[in-house]
Design a protein around this ligand. Structure first.
Ligand code: UD1
Ligand code: MG
Length: 476
């Protein structure tokens, strides 16, 4: 049975998260290219709720700003004082009004949660006709969690918080994950009757279960078989564990779709990265943001790509690329840095100790060694000799260089922008090119060489060089 669209998903994110020991709100900590709350919102979005509400409180400016940037459809609701999870949901209903229909409530610090699990929760809730359905799971060490108390027939009677539980109840291994489906109208009525008569002196959302039971309503649970997925993050150890889990899940998805990952332990791939079949990811590779890898592309070892597209059959090794486009069959690396605005056409080579920024390089052009290309166009088939600098900055403004097609720039050239080198032109090694070179010309822009005969024997007598010079002279 498929789940219908819920009236709302409410994400609880007002808590302090003290164990993170951070200036940054717990739920804004990042893993695999998204904040913790971003992962929860992405799972929630799969249900297509009519409203997406995030309860904010502690460090709320940060959280609200983050939501504006990354999830503008989410509506923040402020909970001024964190008087408990029940209080948080009550504040939502007071501020946005009643929410008739199915209302999902979830903690904001469960980044491994999937849309599929939420859908199971909602369809169990609807199939059983429950007033409330809790997501539960069996966990080896249940301490700290709310325990699911079941009646003789197996139905859910209550959730008892660890601090309030009897020693018998503490023996229960089925825990409340912190996600629920409610009938919105019945939830509102029950929340008005939640007290603070408990160990923490807070309004517990979990008390709603027993209250609805007393009203004669049906309450149930969807028990998730995957307790790892339901883990929350409370400190940076758990954050690292969750990142590892999420990364493994992402890599598994790519491998099942035909990507070869040589070493899953050292390949880190953000959620939004795409990779086509026969891509190979070598060890120690980080793929961030909106990076995409086309069929047969090979990246790594030791590569970090951010918002970079790699064309089919291209190879990138030992490189850092940010905001770059790498064409099909291009070769990048080893030891290459491509910065934003770099666009390499098909079969371009950007070689060793080469840095490029805002550089558009035409098909088959080569920049093989020790070169900086900034704010430039290089036409197809051109070759830039070793150790060239595109001198784009005069201390005040950036200027542009234009290199035509099939140009051969000699080694150790300074291309002082703004300057244009015409199609098919050559430049001599060691040139400082400060004015335009016409198509087909050879530009020589360096001092004439002068040899001072016999200088070494006269001025460096007795040195091995002078001895070598003497032997050479006597042999002549
Ligand atoms: C809660 C559950 C517990 C469950 C556990 C799972 C209650 C009473 N208990 O306990 O049964 O096993 O989660 O992790 O709900 N929050 C607010 N406003 C508040 C208080 C909390 O927004 O006033 C938010 C927090 O930011 C967090 C979530 O609610 O995202 C859960 O709060 P937390 O204090 O961690 O509850 P637990 O004691 O862990
Ligand atoms: Mg908690």
């Amino acid at each position: 049975m498929s789940a219908s669209r819920p009236a709302a998903v409410i994400v609880l994110a007002a808590g302090e998260g003290t164990r993170m020991k951070s200036r940054t709100s717990k739920i804004l900590h990042e893993l695999c290219g998204r904040s913790m709350v971003g992962h929860v919102l992405a799972a929630a979005a799969e249900l297509e709720p009519r409203r997406l509400i995030v309860v904010v409180g502690h460090l709320r400016e940060q959280v609200v700003e983050h939501l504006k940037e990354t999830a503008p459809e989410a509506v923040p609701v402020v909970q001024d004082q964190q008087n408990g999870t029940g209080h948080a949901v009550r504040m939502v209903l007071e501020q946005v009004g009643s929410l008739p229909g199915t209302v999902i409530v979830t903690n904001g610090d469960h980044p491994l949660l999937t849309g599929a699990t939420l859908r199971e929760l909602v369809s169990t809730h609807e199939r059983e006709g429950n007033a409330a359905t809790v997501l539960s799971t069996d966990i080896p060490d249940a301490s700290g969690y709310g325990r699911i108390v079941r009646g003789g027939g197996g139905d859910v009677l209550a959730i008892v918080e660890h601090k309030d539980a009897t020693s018998g109840q503490r023996g229960i291994h089925e825990i409340n994950v912190g996600m629920y489906a409610f009938d919105g109208t019945l939830l509102e009525s029950a929340l008005k009757r939640v007290t603070t008569d408990n160990a923490k002196g807070e309004e517990y959302l979990t008390d709603v279960i027993a209250i609805l039971r007393q009203d004669g309503r049906r309450t149930g649970a969807y028990k998730s078989p995957d307790w790892i997925e339901t883990q929350g993050v409370n400190d940076k150890v758990q954050l690292a564990q969750a990142r590892r889990q999420l990364n493994d899940r992402i890599l598994e998805g790519h491998m099942r779709a035909g990507v070869t990952v040589i070493d899953p332990a050292t390949a880190w791939v953000d959620v939004q990265v795409t990779a086509e079949r026969d891509v190979v990811i070598h060890p120690n590779t980080q793929l961030h943001g909106l990076t995409s890898l086309a069929e047969g592309a090979e990246v790594g070892p030791n590569v970090t790509l951010t918002d970079t597209s790699v064309g089919a059959e291209a190879k990138v090794t030992n490189a850092v690329c940010v905001g770059a486009q790498i064409g099909p069959e291009a070769i990048v690396g080893p030891f290459t840095y491509l910065r934003p605005g770099t666009r390499l056409a098909a079969r371009v080579k950007a070689g060793t100790y080469v840095e490029m920024k805002n550089a558009v390089v035409g098909e088959g052009a080569k920049v093989p060694h020790l070169t900086y290309v900034g704010d430039a166009e290089i036409g197809r088939g051109s070759n830039i000799g070793a150790a060239c600098v595109f001198v784009n900055y005069d201390g005040v403004a950036k200027h542009k260089s234009r290199i035509g097609e099939h140009v051969k720039v000699g080694s150790d050239n300074m291309i002082v922008a703004p300057v244009t080198i015409g199609d098919g032109a050559y430049t001599a090694a060691g040139s400082v090119i400060i004015s335009d070179v016409p198509a087909g010309a050879m530009a020589v822009a360096r001092a004439q060489q002068r040899n001072v005969e016999g200088w070494v024997e006269r001025r460096r007598p007795g040195t091995p060089s002078a001895e070598a010079a003497r032997r050479a002279r006597e042999d002549r």
